[in-house]
Design a protein around this ligand. Structure first.
Ligand code: GLA
Length: 377
């Protein structure tokens, strides 16, 4: 059964007729990693995998939510002290609370949902979940919240109810995604443009190491703190405004670790701009080079990669793949690969074989289909 039918029929079984269906996607990011919370640029797009939810207001002040994937029901109220115990339900609860804080009169509702964004792959299943409910509750309870603020609802949910001090990229991409287009977002001004992305002769593919990635309780927040310390030492608001020479000038005043973190971020800011220029020229070789630089920057300076992902990037390079790098927050997850058509089959076969020999299982392969953002179905 298709996911949509599964969600709708489970709703009918549990709660009866009359639900509305909503969907929001996960995301990829071509380049610009750990730049969003530094006021820099990102280059994401929505994917063809996401969350689908069936929702219907129930006239009470309680939410009854059923997760099809967890096969679990959660019931909770809508006051701050009503936070549910299940971590998946806290995302929905957090969205309700953040909508209320923005003046939306969120009432009780019944809901079932399911997803096909691989968990922990770095494609932001959590943003897909948040965006689905933010978009839906805004419609169902006559909120008047614009799409940027819906993305911020998701981000605030992570900050205030899930313990991850994330940037805005994932929720932005999930809400604003557009079929066939990547988006270049300036995370300081929140200006963005759609970028049609259809590189002739190349494919984008994700290789999922299936190494668990859990940003909650991971050193993600520590990375952010490092960046904030360096910005403070430089007397600027975010590393967006720092150049390499500024960093060199305060090298003795900050820890080696903070220095390396900032060196990565400042380099990444420039790489995103280089990639934009290269894309305008159709110069995919440069795009690919910058992707490898990002990978090794994230591995050696930012230290958010892992052995398995370094291995996948190395195999990619040895197979003549144009660009390959770890994608998303890190600490596991997948690589994103820009691959020439003629190299594709060989690369996939080789990556599967060599990864399996070394780690005892194959990586999962997800061809990227750039798709639409949050919507009613
Ligand atoms: C996670 C966060 C994003 C972003 C990326 C790294 O996905 O949710 O805000 O910081 O990591 O680029």
């Amino acid at each position: 059964m298709e996911m949509k039918e599964k969600v709708a029929s489970k709703f009918e079984e549990l709660f009866g007729a009359g639900a509305t269906l909503y969907a929001s996607p996960g995301r990829i990011n071509l380049i610009g990693e750990h730049t969003d919370y530094n006021g820099g640029f990102v280059f994401p797009g929505a994917v063809d995998k996401g969350i689908i939810a069936a929702i219907k207001p129930n006239g009470s002040d309680k939410v009854r939510a059923f997760s099809i994937d967890m096969n679990e029901m959660a019931e909770f109220g809508l006051r701050e002290e009503d936070a549910p115990a299940q971590s998946w339900a806290r995302y929905i609860f957090g969205v309700c609370r953040e909508m209320q804080k923005r003046g939306v009169k969120v009432g009780g509702f019944d809901t079932t949902f399911a997803g096909d964004v691989p968990l922990g792959a770095g494609m932001s299943s959590s943003a897909a979940l948040e965006s689905t409910y933010a978009f839906a509750l805004n419609e169902l309870f006559d909120g008047n919240i614009d799409k940027f603020e819906l993305a911020r609802v998701g981000q605030a949910t992570e900050h205030n109810y899930c313990g991850v001090k994330c940037g805005i990229m994932d929720q932005f991409a999930s809400v604003f995604g557009k079929k066939g287009n990547l988006m270049r977002l300036d995370c300081r001004s929140m200006e963005f443009e759609y970028f049609p992305f259809d590189p002739k002769g190349y494919k984008l593919v994700l290789l999922d190491s299936v190494v668990k990635h859990e940003l909650v309780g991971s050193p993600y927040n520590k990375r952010r703190e490092s960046c904030e310390r360096v910005a403070k030492a430089l007397g600027i608001e975010t590393l967006r405004d720092a150049e390499m020479k500024d960093l060199e000038a305060i090298k003795d005043k900050i820890s080696d670790e903070d220095y390396k973190r900032a060196r990565y971020v400042i380099g990444e800011k420039q790489r995103v701009l280089d990639v934009c220029d290269a894309l305008e020229r159709g110069d995919y070789e440069t795009v690919g080079k910058r992707m490898y630089e990002t990978h090794w920057g994230m591995s050696k300076d930012y230290e958010v990669s892992c052995e398995e992902l370094d291995f996948l990037a190395t195999v990619a390079e040895e197979c003549g793949v144009t660009g390959s790098r770890i994608m998303g927050g890190g600490f596991g997850g997948c690589t994103i690969n820009l691959v020439k058509d003629e190299v594709y089959d060989h690369f996939i076969a080789e990556a599967k074989k060599r990864f399996n020999e070394k780690y005892g299982h194959e990586p999962k392969v997800y061809p990227v289909v750039i798709s639409d953002g949050s919507r009613r179905l």
